[in-house]
Design a protein around this ligand. Structure first.
Ligand code: ZN
Length: 521
């Protein structure tokens, strides 16, 4: 009887062949390296890609028919702030829905701290996409020095070095700076080099929101490259752009600097979101000195007529020449908790509603009043499409969102939070033909993976983790707009994270199969 059972099972195996969790059939594979599309089936088991090609009589719990669709590595978003609210909204659905399977958090100088604690909490809670973290320079500096407007002493620098080391020990992939923000704006280049040297010793990289992205952009790019040279580590220029009309066109010069640095052997790369507006705090147009010491100190300065006038002068300058794009109408309130009726209104409209002509001076007064009452975020229409396209086509520039975890339907966030990747594939690849689909996918997968030093994600390859996105190249498109941002994209059939289907035709499957990725030197 035993022998008969044995014979029967042999017969069964020879009839059915090997068993998998998922087989993706009939798709065109774009493997993430930039190589031409090729047909092939993908066999997944235990979270990993087991085989690519065709296996006879293979069976699986689930077979996905990808006829007419492209199968690509899941997108790796090099630049997000998604960790800020991922514990509140663990699926991070606005990322999953656009095909992002790995998010890099802790950017622009701000990260959770200690990182180890945050990782533990995230692992307990679960998360939709994978998450990799950077340690933030501003976070570390605030831990040691608060928001004091001065250089660090040697003792403080040593304390910061120790904190950066502990974050690297906890699994950070590198360090980010936000030299435009407080308190990073009070640091000098030497401080950043000293801390980046710790990251370098641990095999990490340096991501930077540079000191200036408008007037001062070229000097800031040189500073970033110099930090890479002195500290001997790769440099990632975050959300690269040229802010303000007077700087439009300067991306050709910054990219030239990048090329020159690369020819010297400094590993400089950049990321970019495909939009002509930025989004950040409403305080970004305030002078850095006015923000030292926190909210109460700022309110005191705004109460003092002499200091208020100085702050106003700087805000007017920023509206006219820099982030304000030349006109208060270019600044739109994204989220203002003290008065949510302002969400979606521009600063010219708000100024008029308060009974004033929308001049930059009056708008600056209104903005100071808003910030006096509470913090908020804005969208700044201050970029130029030619720069966006020029930066996008540089081979070392990857697509990224600079977005956050979004609560669906709430406030008026930047559409990049929902649409970055489908917009690149629909508008820039299909409609404009600016990039080939294989090249765009490379910039969404293996390029960011190589900067992170991740060797088992970012490509469709045997033994790699099965992080995949399956989409229709003829229909994929973003739907999020400035006026109506809370819209998921169309054209994505499935998103798979670590071998589990997370998105099935725009429906989240309630799987939290993401992992926190840990950097090992
Ligand atoms: Zn930033």
């Amino acid at each position: 009887m035993k022998f008969l059972t044995y014979l029967f099972s042999l017969f069964f195996i020879s009839c059915t062949g090997p068993t998998y969790d998922i087989i993706i059939k009939n798709g065109q594979i774009s493997d993430g390296t930039g190589a031409k599309l090729f047909p092939g089936d993908i066999y997944i088991k235990g979270g990993k890609i087991i085989q690519i090609g065709q296996i006879k009589r293979a069976v699986a719990e689930k077979i996905l028919d990808a006829s007419g669709l492209i199968v690509a590595p899941g997108f790796i978003d090099m630049h997000t702030h998604s960790e800020r609210r991922s514990l509140d909204f663990p699926p991070v659905e606005n990322y999953l829905q656009q095909g992002v399977t790995t998010m890099v958090g802790g950017n622009c100088g701000g990260s959770p701290f200690p990182i180890g604690e945050f990782i533990d909490k995230t692992e307990k809670m679960g998360i939709g996409p994978n998450l990799a973290l950077l340690v933030g320079h501003n976070t570390v500096r605030r831990e040691v020095m608060g928001t004091e407007n001065r250089l660090a002493t040697e003792k403080e620098l040593n304390q910061m070095r120790a904190l950066v080391q502990s974050a690297m020990d906890d699994g950070a992939f590198g360090m980010s700076t936000g030299l435009k923000y407080i308190p990073g704006a009070y640091s000098n280049t030497e401080e950043v080099i000293a801390l980046a040297s710790i990251v370098s010793k641990n095999g990490g990289f340096y991501a930077t929101h540079m000191r200036e992205e408008g007037i001062g952009l070229l000097e800031s790019t040189e500073e970033a490259i110099n930090i890479g040279r002195q500290a001997n580590l790769p440099v990632q220029i975050s959300h690269h752009k040229a802010v303000g009309k007077s700087m439009w066109g300067n991306s050709s010069k910054t990219l030239e600097l990048v090329n020159k640095a690369r020819s010297e052997g400094i590993d400089v790369t950049a990321d970019q979101y495909p939009y002509t507006a930025t989004s950040t705090t409403l305080k970004v147009v305030f002078p850095a000195w006015s923000l030292s010491g926190g909210r109460e100190a700022l309110k005191k300065r705004l109460d003092d007529p002499v200091q208020r006038e100085k702050i106003k002068d700087d805000i007017v300058w920023n509206i006219v020449y820099d982030r304000g794009g030349g006109d208060p109408a270019s600044i739109v309130v994204a989220n203002y908790p003290p008065n949510t009726e302002y969400n979606g209104m521009n600063l010219a409209e708000i100024t008029q509603e308060n009974g004033y002509d929308p001049t930059p001076e009056n708008a600056a007064e209104i903005l100071m009043n808003l910030v006096y009452e509470g913090d908020g975020s804005g969208i700044y229409h201050c970029l130029n499409e030619d720069d966006v396209q020029q930066i996008m086509t540089h081979p070392q520039v990857m697509h990224a969102s600079d977005g956050s975890t979004i609560q669906f339907g709430r406030a008026q966030p930047h559409p990049r939070n929902y649409g970055t990747y489908p917009k690149v594939l629909g508008k820039y690849v299909r409609e404009l033909g600016l990039l080939s689909i294989e090249e765009a996918i490379r910039k969404m997968s293996s390029l960011p993976a190589s900067v992170l030093g991740i060797t088992d994600r970012g490509k469709i390859k045997k033994e790699f983790w099965a992080d995949l996105v399956i989409f229709d190249p003829n229909t994929i498109i973003d739907n999020a707009t400035w006026k109506d941002p809370h819209q998921y994209p169309t054209g994505i059939s499935w998103v798979i994270v670590n071998g589990a289907i997370s998105i099935d035709h725009r429906i989240w499957t309630e799987k939290l199969s993401g992992e926190v990725l840990i950097h090992t030197p």
